[in-house]
Design a protein around this ligand. Structure first.
Ligand SMILES: [Mn+2]
Length: 470
């Protein structure tokens, strides 16, 4: 049996003129053969495009439609006995025919047993689409107001948080597209530069630049928008201009005491990028592959790949963007090119690799910081590894990235225990990062050579991982 593309017809059988007219309104598909079974009082009101099945469904009526084995059927009716009869008549010509019942009032109990039968209702189908359209409409209205508010401004500053993350960067980039502005008239601004390597990779891949400004320079902008951030992030006493911006679009818990002209704060959302995806869709703004990739990455990183605080809205936007994004660009962002000396350091570390007590620890020596998390990702693939720890020296710090298989103690907790009293660290269930100043490490362990780092951190990880069992 081959399940190739079907070549059969769709035979649509409507119970009465009303259901036939409903079908003809949704548009007639060339592969559909429309059949109308008149009710007693409506023999003269044949809906256009419909064949008539005179005399009801009895007396081998279905055979008159010249059914073939590949044909599919739809029965449009709210009448139980009519539908049961229709199914039985179809079974006579094709015992395992595919049958769709379109009805809002019939339930599974009203329908006969038939293996390939599905039921759905017009109202459910249309209701979902109508609700979605109303959502688009509400978003459209918000964007219309935002555009009106900002259209006469010469220079709109799009303020993201200091050391902006992918969600903020993508949202700011999307807002500029929605406003139809260029980087000169709507620059992304921040009080701190983009620091994390993967965020820098996003900026490089997409072509996003962030201008670092001082609080005084806020005065150059006659329009100010806060994206993925609220004024409280800028200290206890943020500049007055920041407390009364033109617009705030964010998903963090709503803070009071500020006076934006317009605010759209949706705390149920996992990412501000999802809000901007809705704005773009509602206004039919073109989402090119770069923009789609940036927003997709924004949602992905803020929700830990749709795992944390993700709403169905984020899922919807993610699925929509996924169809438009560039996989090559996304790879460039998520897997930044490794420098050769980083690869050589990895080679040396791998030469002595071992998995002991479920921990695969690789000590890289001095490397560029973004090499460390990439090595940790890879190291978890070692046979028997439940934990991967990649350790490198960056500036005056020991920096390490931790990954685990997910069903062990949370990585963030383990790292906090490891760095306690020595440095800083934290993270989530299966990913975490720690930083210990070389000076602090030397004070406790005497030396900072690779062997000392390996043995001291290995012992600390063993203690932290098994601490939860106490
Ligand atoms: Mn965010």
């Amino acid at each position: 049996m081959a399940f190739g593309g079907r070549v059969g017809r769709r035979i649509i059988i409507c119970d009465g003129a009303e259901s036939a007219r409903l079908w003809s309104r949704i548009g007639v598909d060339a592969s559909e053969e429309l059949t109308w079974v008149p009710r007693e009082d409506e023999s003269r009101s044949r809906p256009p495009g419909f064949k008539i099945l005179q005399g009801g469904l009895e007396k081998e009526a279905i055979a008159k439609l010249a059914p073939a084995p590949d044909d599919e059927y739809a029965l449009v009716s709210d009448d139980g006995p009519w539908t049961r009869l229709a199914v039985r008549e179809i079974q006579k010509v094709d015992e395992d025919a595919a049958i769709l019942v379109l009805s809002d009032s019939l339930t599974a109990e009203d329908l006969p047993d038939h293996p390939s039968l599905r039921r759905t209702g017009w109202k459910t189908l249309i209701r979902d689409d109508i609700n979605e359209e109303f959502d688009h409409l509400a978003n459209l209205q918000r964007v219309v107001r935002i555009r009106e508010l900002l259209e006469d401004r010469e220079k709109v500053g799009i303020l993201v948080q200091p050391d902006p993350d992918p969600d903020g960067l993508a949202s700011g980039y999307a807002l500029r597209a929605i406003l139809g502005r260029k980087r000169t008239t709507a620059p992304l601004i921040s009080f701190g530069e983009v620091q994390r390597p993967e965020n820098q990779a996003l900026c490089d891949a997409i072509g996003i630049d962030v201008r670092v400004i001082t609080p005084e320079e806020i005065g150059e902008f006659d329009g100010l928008v806060l994206v993925d951030v609220q004024p409280n992030v800028f200290g206890d006493n943020p500049p007055e201009r920041i407390c009364a911006p033109d617009l705030i679009v964010d998903h963090h818990p709503e803070r009071s005491g500020f006076n934006p002209t317009i605010s759209d704060i949706r705390t149920a959302y996992g990412a501000t990028s999802s809000i901007f995806t809705e704005y773009l869709r509602a206004t039919n703004t073109e989402i090119n592959p770069k923009l789609a990739t940036a927003l997709l990455y924004g949602i992905k990183s803020d929700t830990q790949y749709l795992g944390r605080e993700t709403s169905p809205r984020d899922m919807h936007s993610f699925a929509y963007l996924h169809a438009q994004h560039s996989p090559a660009l996304l790879r460039r962002i998520e897997r930044p090119a490794l420098p050769l000396d980083g690869l050589k350091a990895l080679g040396r570390a791998l030469a002595g690799a071992e998995v002991r007590d479920g921990i695969h620890m690789l000590v890289l020596g001095r490397v560029r910081e973004d090499v460390i998390p990439q090595v940790a990702d890879m190291a978890l693939q070692a046979e028997g590894a439940e934990w991967a720890v990649a350790i490198g020296t960056v500036d005056r710090n020991i920096v390490f990235s931790v990954r685990n298989v997910g069903y062990v103690r949370a990585a963030g907790e383990v790292v906090r225990a490891v760095v306690e009293g020595l440095g800083v660290g934290g993270g989530h269930r299966s990913m975490a990062k720690g930083i210990i100043p070389l000076k602090a490490f030397r004070e406790v362990y005497g030396s900072t050579n690779k062997n000392q780092i390996r043995s001291a951190l290995f012992d600390a990880f063993i203690r932290a991982i098994h601490h939860a069992d106490d």
